[in-house]
Design a binder for this molecule. Structure first.
Ligand SMILES: [Zn+2]
Ligand SMILES: [Zn+2]
Length: 280
């Protein structure tokens, strides 16, 4: 290869890497802004419902909380963009098998379920490790500065925590690629959006799941907003999508179900009745 050809190949590679990185920034930033923004708007539109279902009644997130959450989330977006870049370069070099075309609906469904179950296990154990005395300050204290979570808490991590959280995706894809499983792009896309939506819902501050959720055996294994809110206000509940790791490991908050029932069965405040004018 001539020097000129090497130079242009190098330039091409650099521009591809830069394109992938910028794609990661746009993708992760818009994912965060859309999910947290839409939920914030819905909580404002349905203010009566949101207030009645407020989990921490005596406390509100301050303006400083919102600022800290949004600013540190920008750092998380940059970390995630680097990982998105690594995955895309891995796909181009054949280290990661990502087949976007020709996936059947069934393949997308089982691959989506597999990655969600695997991510839940990763989250639970990484989260518990970050709560250990040795790691808490350096990794996870920042996320817990939000005692009263808001949708914007979703990405509020230190850089170290952001790396630990996102490392799951390339590790999972490297393992499946080694096993010869080509992952469907749509399965990853649904996983990423589902993760983000559940993340902002977990930090909504108001319970979003219907009454009876924790008492129905078909739904009680899916965690609710109260589940993660209790983690922020008083510990316990290290799981993310599901409640089973906390149940198996005995880390579920002892009052989780009671707290959920209480918040979802509150009655509307009685409206003040107009005082009738005294008859003349
Ligand atoms: Zn935590
Ligand atoms: Zn949280």
């Amino acid at each position: 290869m001539t020097t000129a050809a090497t130079q242009s190949a190098l330039e091409y590679a650099v521009s591809r890497v830069a394109d992938h990185f910028m794609f990661g920034i746009y993708f992760d930033l818009s994912r965060y802004l859309i999910a947290a923004g839409v939920l914030t708007a819905l909580l404002l539109v349905f203010r009566g419902f949101a207030e009645r279902r407020r989990i921490q009644q005596g406390r509100r997130a301050s303006r400083a909380d919102y600022m800290r959450e949004i600013l540190s989330s920008m750092r998380t977006v940059v970390v995630y963009a680097f990982v998105t870049l690594a995955i895309l370069v891995g796909r181009e070099t054949g280290v990661i098998l990502l087949s976007i075309k020709d996936a059947t609906l069934w393949t997308i469904i089982w691959q989506f379920a597999l990655i969600v179950i695997a991510h839940d296990a990763w989250f639970y154990w990484a989260h518990r490790a970050m709560h250990s005395k040795r790691l808490f300050r350096a990794t996870h204290l920042h996320h817990h500065k939000s005692r009263t979570p808001t949708p914007w808490t979703a990405y509020s991590f230190t850089m170290t925590e952001a790396v630990i959280e996102v490392a799951f995706v390339p590790v999972f894809l490297l393992i499946t690629s080694q096993l010869g499983i080509a992952y469907a792009g749509y399965a990853i896309l649904f996983f990423i959006w589902h993760q983000m939506i559940r993340n902002v819902m977990a930090h909504a501050g108001s319970e979003l799941f219907p009454a009876g959720w924790v008492d129905n055996p078909w739904t009680s294994w899916i965690s609710t907003t109260t589940h993660h809110d209790l983690h922020h206000s008083s510990g316990h509940n290290f799981g993310f999508y599901f409640t089973f790791w906390d149940r198996w490991m005995g880390t579920e908050h002892p009052r989780y179900r009671e707290a959920f029932r209480e918040v979802t069965t509150r009655r509307r405040e009685p409206q003040p009745q107009p005082v009738p004018e005294p008859a003349e």
